[in-house]
Design a protein around this ligand. Structure first.
Ligand code: MLT
Length: 206
């Protein structure tokens, strides 16, 4: 059965043609990252869906079998479902689908990375806070017009630095322009991450 592109979500209109797709971490919801989105770009529209998978009552964007061990079939179908939702939302709200920047934290960063690899046409850029390698795609995507910023915590107990490096390498191999930043932090998001990502967003084309 074709997945329905319907997600509980928030849409905050902006004054520029850019839209940030905000993707929360495990246990988050569609309201969590709205202040972060505004801080990263005061003018962009914000589209913020709630992950549909529940893990002990906590929303996520795809199922996992254990921490860091993903249910790959679920991840693939959820990635397509989210990409279809984004296209449907672009039509419904009338925002430019070629100026879409994903902003994901943790589980949200992982599905954003999966979307880059499986549906490379959807995002023009992505900010990935505390991301892992979600999957290895069967065919190499063409990400030659995509910019990616990755923020890693040097002491992240969930994601070793080698894992983040591997993700950067996969994305670069597919042609993406990747900026990697390390912060003296764990898995949590820090003000230094947000400030560095904010400065990077300013450098993107309007
Ligand atoms: C995930 O499941 O996507 C990662 O383990 C990050 C997390 O949600 O804790």
């Amino acid at each position: 059965m074709k997945p329905q592109p319907d997600f509980i979500h928030e849409l905050v209109p902006g004054s520029s043609s850019r839209t940030l797709l905000l993707l929360h971490g495990t246990g988050g919801n569609e309201r969590d990252l709205i202040p972060l989105g505004r801080e990263l770009d005061p003018n962009a529209s914000l589209l913020s869906p709630r992950g549909k998978v529940l893990e002990n009552g906590m929303p996520r964007f795809f199922r996992r079998l254990a921490e860091g061990v993903f249910d790959l079939e679920d991840l693939k179908s959820r990635t397509h479902e989210l990409a279809d939702f984004v296209s449907a939302a672009a039509q419904h709200y009338g925002f430019a689908s070629d100026k879409l920047v994903a902003v994901g934290y943790s589980n949200g960063a992982n599905i954003a990375a999966s979307m880059l690899l499986l549906r490379p046409e959807v995002l023009s850029a992505a900010i990935l806070f505390r991301a892992m390698v979600p999957l290895i795609p069967e065919t190499k995507p063409n990400l030659s017009s995509v910019n990616v910023w990755i923020g890693a915590g040097s002491y992240d107990p969930i994601i070793p630095v080698s894992e983040t490096k591997k993700l950067a390498e996969i994305l670069r191999n597919a042609g993406a322009e990747v900026t990697m930043r390390y912060f003296p932090a764990g898995h949590e998001l820090t003000p230094a991450d947000v400030e560095a990502a904010r400065e990077w967003v300013i450098t993107l084309d309007d």
